[in-house]
Design a protein around this ligand. Sequence first.
Ligand SMILES: NC(=O)c1ccc[n+]([C@@H]2O[C@H](COP(=O)([O-])OP(=O)(O)OC[C@H]3O[C@@H](n4cnc5c(N)ncnc54)[C@H](OP(=O)(O)O)[C@@H]3O)[C@@H](O)[C@H]2O)c1
Length: 302
Amino acid sequence: MKALRFHQYGGPEVLQIDDVPIPEPGTGEVLVRVSGSGVNPVDWKLREGHLKDYWPLQLPAIVSREFSGTIERLGDGVSGFSVGDEIYGIADGSCADYLVAKVGDFALKPPSMDLPDSGGVPLAAMTAYQGLFDHGGIQAGQKVLIHAATGGVGSFAVQMAKWAGATVYGTASANRLDSIADFGVDVPIDYKAQRFEEVAKDVDLVLDTVGGETAERSLASLKSGGVLVSTVGAEPKRDGVRSVSFMMKPSHDQLSKISDLIQDLKVRPVIDAVVPLIRAIEAQKESQTGHIMGKLVVDVRR
Ligand SMILES: NC(=O)c1ccc[n+]([C@@H]2O[C@H](COP(=O)([O-])OP(=O)(O)OC[C@H]3O[C@@H](n4cnc5c(N)ncnc54)[C@H](OP(=O)(O)O)[C@@H]3O)[C@@H](O)[C@H]2O)c1
């Protein structure tokens, strides 16, 4: 099968499309014929070795971690799924014709979504869900500030926060303020021209996917008792507020819930582009610029 791999840590120049053996599903695993492989910032962070102290890779490694596809074969002990089921989820090495996924890390994809596009949903959508609900404890009627509302995580988070009944403040570049208002942001903020903390005040929850100065300044937006939830390890301190950072954990139940939200049109995934495997390296470079709108997906069958 074809797979986008790197044999050593480094920049995009270490990426190459290789011919590799099809993996074997073990107990509690399924073999998936991949359709969509979602591109995420973690792909370049892993490839460049930024995470290798606590997330070492066996090289050569196949790129990307989220997928959609069709179950090709069931490993021992797998029940509740059948060959031919269209699923989406998290598995190492998704930018390939086939992968092995663990039961518990995937669910049936939303029926209304095209199979390739749905490969761009699981990682960002579960991160948004866990940030808002599991770590942020979002409640109806709260004020929530979502940074990078145009990003993969942010574009899901805005819609989920609206579904939860919150008033949503969101940051984006000037030319994308209309877009984030379309996803549901009540108060769009131009992060380059405005001090967001002067607009978003007394908020209950900040979901921060930017970090650094943005995380520090976000403390001023929070009301006493509020919480800052970070996807990038930022835990700035202020008396009377809580800061927490987390790593997304795959969850079958949350993916099923996300399928329902998409099916019920509560959440509409923002897919920037779906590109063929031959353009996968360009997609990786584009993601690394940090200026994607929504999600980029590689359709490995094209
Ligand atoms: N902890 C976890 O489990 C977890 C899971 C998923 C993601 N993450 C991390 O979370 C971060 C975000 O992920 P993502 O997939 O959402 O990234 P992304 O889609 O690549 O984010 C890109 C977006 O961020 C916007 N942006 C950049 N700087 C900004 C700023 N200072 N203020 C407001 N918006 C800004 C960009 O808008 P402009 O182009 O208009 O500037 C662009 O639309 C990444 O660092 C990723 O590694 C962590």
